[in-house]
Design a protein around this ligand. Sequence first.
Ligand code: HEC
Length: 261
Amino acid sequence: MPLTKDCRFDIGQSTAAGGRFSLAGLWEGEALLPQFHKPQLGKSEKTVKRILMTAAAFVGLFSGVTLISNLPVRADSNDRDRSDRDREDEEKLEIQQGFKIAPVPLNLKDKDVELVGLGSYIVNAQSGCNDCHTCPSYKPPNHNPFPVPFGSSGDGQVNDVGYLAGGVDFGPPPAMGGVTSANITPDATGKPGGLTLEQFQIALRTGHDPLDPKNGLLAVMPWPAFRHLTGRDLDAIYAYLTAIPSATPPPVGMHCKNPGQ
Ligand code: HEC
């Protein structure tokens, strides 16, 4: 009986799909069945039809009950799906934006491209690393966006030369205990600031400088805030820092004073 087989298949299939579809599918199945079959309904076929309809009714009842009893759960999981989707979309946007605002060409060879984009977004749109780690932070002579006397009311174009290469002095002169922001561009082996991912995480999570033999605490550097970043965000920042060009800070005599100069 190919029809029985087909119908069972139809019903079975739509039931397996669950929820709204199974009900709609069943309705369709029932409505189609008589027209499809009317011209040659013999006795045994009628019996088959009756059995089929009874089975269909049971399946309908079952899937209806399943649908109803699952409604709150389904609503919940739909909501969850939606918020997951939003988060994914949000991250996609951040990645796109990250690539758009990166002020330097990026080396994406052998890199996790999405992480690099996300890292650029965090570094360039959220964390202001540039204001402390690039000297001067904005392209000279007149792109500094801050008003006089701090800057020149420029358009804020970031200085791509020496981008994140450090060289900004904070506090008393370095010889008297002040600190200078570090060069966090890739070293000769490709490690940002010479740090492995693990050392980088230690620095941002604990404020301890893994490259300082005394392992002293980093001053000025906002690790008290950055330590709350998620592991993925730290990975992303690190990935981005491995993709930017290596650069050297200006000579000591030309260091910048204060952030955002
Ligand atoms: C308010 C200024 C400021 C901001 C913003 C800032 N840093 Fe720093 N950072 C510093 C200073 C200053 C040091 C050196 C501190 C010291 O030597 O005690 C430093 C040190 C570091 C170090 C340690 C380097 C080493 O050799 O151990 C890393 C890594 C680092 N910063 C990464 C970042 C990243 C990534 C961002 C943005 C997400 C950032 N910093 C934002 C000021 C800043």
